[in-house]
Design a binder for this molecule. Structure first.
Ligand code: SF4
Length: 673
């Protein structure tokens, strides 16, 4: 039986999935996707599948992938999704199939304990902070028993904590094969296992790190696999451009100073005036940072079209960057001179030389096909340069696959990209264009949910214009509060800006004070997982729950059941026009004679709206109302295109119908008869 037939049989009524999985029910969309994936795995090529919520796309690609006998690389968006796939979905299917498949999960090096750095922290007896010392002791204890070295095994240890940064490596701070812990190294072990596995699960960050060979000395995964599956592919471009570009910040330079200080003390004490060299560099970095901070408050992204970021004097900027370069060069030269005798300093010399080259590129004008910006945080400056899309990068890896005559003997022959939202047109151009997949085969599989009955869309009339921010936010809060009052909470408010988040959160918290039976949770007022846990629980001791959130919550909330019945979106989520990347993409389209609004801003907004709306219905039994509190959906010509991108929900036309739908939901009925 060929793969296509095996897969069709597996998903059929009475097939082995029905026998192995108690909850499995054959769904035409899921089978269609699985068969298409099987076909691509057999024939090679590129398949892009938009599979609506509830299709069960994970099984649709896992079953053919596992049955294909090929080595498969699967990439998903986040470490949490990676863990879910590796710990839950994959083992279930591998066991049901009874195949002796080796599975591996590979994360980035910052996820793994670096034994060399742990030993350094121990020897140097830093940090002095007792809380940090306790955390280091805890890690030392755990390090004696762990097999994977994955810091996620330590409960409560935040990934971005100071102590995690101290005991992990970066590609720059790893000392490579001269490391005393090379044999036991957790990073090396995880990579070796990944190279031997039949199925390896990575995340998009790592996928691009591997594609770009940014991590020297590591064999690439990509050439050794037969097929690649990219899940949550809508995040690919966003993640990829970070890797395809350059980032250089004052934090990187300061970490370099820290590592040089530690190593020269051990290996080259007295061979150069290290204190003076390091002190001068530190001072130059501080001046550079102070100058950058003059351009904007913490959190700002400053445009950088000419020789300096906007708002900063060209000459002062050039002087500051030049001074950092001069001090860095002096340090690198000193390292180069001693590296011949003190071999342990060679990696630091190379790292310094790379930093210097990056700094030099930021001293040059911005290339035409890239965008550059400066970010100011509370403590640091970060210069970034990025291509406008990952199209060119992806084409260098995928193009040969499409031409079977020139396809390399090694490397993936089949590429499958999937997500619940990949475009608002039949060709899924929003996705395929940014990823350079113009000739891909495209498949759209509709959600099996009965949206027309399960969900209703309400675009209220008579609200203030979105441009009247203060009045608009107050009106949205009023509307969401009214809905939540009828439903006993169960309301998620998604905002497009942090200002609106604060304003709407404040209005709702004032309205539902402590004595009201309602908890109003606002993003930023607690850790995300704590807010989500409370919201998912629904009504607690008679208290309902409203969650007001922005940014990552637009696509990161999965609350099946009655805990979520009302989603209120404050405005159409157009990309901020003054964002440097958005500006640069718009300029590029204009230069090509295309419309930045129709070809970029509108599809971006439609995709984001679709993501936000997707929070409402997660199961076949869910029901609810989506409110888009933006009159432009009614009044503007493009409103129709945006509504069409949404699932086919029943349309509520008036305030009376909205009230009636709320009451029906509160009584446990569908929102409309
Ligand atoms: S090889 Fe690199 S990552 Fe591994 S223990 Fe040594 S320094 Fe750390």
């Amino acid at each position: 039986m060929n793969l296509h037939d095996q897969v069709a049989a597996a998903f059929a009524e009475e097939g082995w999935l029905s026998k192995a999985e108690p909850h499995f029910r054959p769904r035409p969309g899921q089978t269609a996707m699985a068969v298409a994936v099987a076909h691509t795995l057999e024939q090679g090529g590129v398949l892009v599948v938009e599979a609506g919520t509830g299709v069960g796309k994970t099984f649709s690609y896992l079953v053919p992938a596992l049955l294909s006998g090929q080595r498969i690389l699967i990439s998903t968006a986040t470490k949490a999704l990676q863990d879910q796939l590796f710990l839950r979905d994959l083992p279930r299917l591998v066991q049901a199939l009874g195949l002796p498949l080796r599975m591996a999960r590979l994360k980035g090096r910052s996820s793994y304990l670096c034994l060399h750095h742990l030993a350094q922290v121990h020897q140097s007896r830093t940090p002095h902070d007792p809380q940090l010392l306790r955390a280091v002791a805890r890690i030392e204890d755990w390090s004696r028993g762990t097999r994977t070295g994955d810091l996620a095994e330590i409960p409560g240890l935040a990934e971005n904590s100071a102590v995690a940064a101290m005991v992990t490596s970066t590609k720059d701070s790893c000392v490579g094969s001269s490391c005393a812990y090379w044999e036991q190294c957790h990073v090396n072990t995880a990579r070796a296992q990944a190279l031997q596995a039949d199925v390896c699960v990575v995340n998009h960050h790592l996928f691009f790190a591997d594609m770009e060979v940014r991590d020297t000395g590591v064999a690439q995964l990509l050439p050794s696999v037969g097929a690649v599956v990219i899940d949550e592919a809508h995040q690919l471009n966003e993640t990829g451009i970070q890797f395809a570009g350059w980032v250089l910040g004052t934090r990187q330079l300061q970490l370099f100073i820290r590592d040089v200080l530690a190593d020269v003390n051990l290996h080259a004490r007295g061979l150069a005036n290290w204190m003076e060299l390091l002190g001068q560099l530190e001072q130059a970095i501080n001046q550079f940072r102070a100058l950058g901070a003059m351009g904007g408050e913490a959190g700002t992204r400053m445009r950088w079209l000419g020789t300096a970021p906007e708002g900063l004097p060209d000459k002062s900027w050039a002087r500051a960057i030049h001074l950092v370069g001069q001090c860095l060069r002096a340090l690198v030269m000193a390292l180069g001179q001693v590296a011949e005798t003190a071999m342990a300093l060679a990696p630091l010399y190379e790292r310094g030389a790379r930093l210097l080259a990056q700094l030099a590129s930021f001293a040059q004008p911005v290339p035409d096909d890239a965008v550059r910006w400066l970010e100011v945080t509370r403590q640091h400056l970060r210069m970034s340069e990025s291509p406008l899309t990952i199209a060119r990068l992806m084409r260098t890896h995928i193009a040969p696959v499409e031409d079977t005559d020139t396809a390399p003997a090694q490397g993936p022959k089949a590429w499958i990209f999937t997500s619940a939202t990949l475009g608002d047109d039949a060709d899924l151009r929003w996705f395929t264009e940014t990823c350079g997949l113009r000739d891909a085969q495209v498949l759209r599989v509709d959600s099996p949910f009965d949206y027309a009955h399960q969900a209703a869309l309400y675009v209220p009339d008579g609200l203030p214009e979105p441009a009247q921010q203060v009045a608009h936010s107050a009106a949205v809060a009023q509307l969401a509060g009214d809905g939540a009052a009828v439903l006993g909470g169960r309301t998620l408010v998604l905002t497009t800006t942090l200002k609106a988040l604060e304003a709407i959160g404040q209005h709702l918290q004032q309205r539902f004070g402590l004595l009201e039976p309602m908890d109003v949770l606002v993003q930023g007022q607690g850790p995300k997982h704590v807010l989500m846990e409370r919201f998912r629980t629904g009504t607690v001791h008679g208290r309902g729950c409203i969650l007001v959130a922005s940014s990552t919550f637009w696509e990161g909330v999965d609350v099946p059941g009655d805990a979520l019945q009302l989603v209120v979106i404050d405005k159409l989520p157009f990309p901020p026009p003054d964002d440097p990347l958005v500006e640069a993409r718009s300029r590029q389209l204009e230069a090509l004679g295309r419309s930045p609004f129709a070809d970029y801003m509108l599809p971006e907004a439609a995709m984001a709206l679709k993501q936000g709306a997707g929070r409402l219905i997660r199961r076949e039994t869910d029901r609810g109302i989506l409110v888009v509190a933006d009159s432009r959906l009614r009044t503007k010509g493009y409103g129709k295109r945006m509504v069409q991108a949404l699932p086919p929900m029943h349309r509520i036309g008036t305030a009376e119908q909205w009230q009636a739908a709320l009451e029906r939901l509160a009584q446990g009925h569908l929102p409309v008869e």
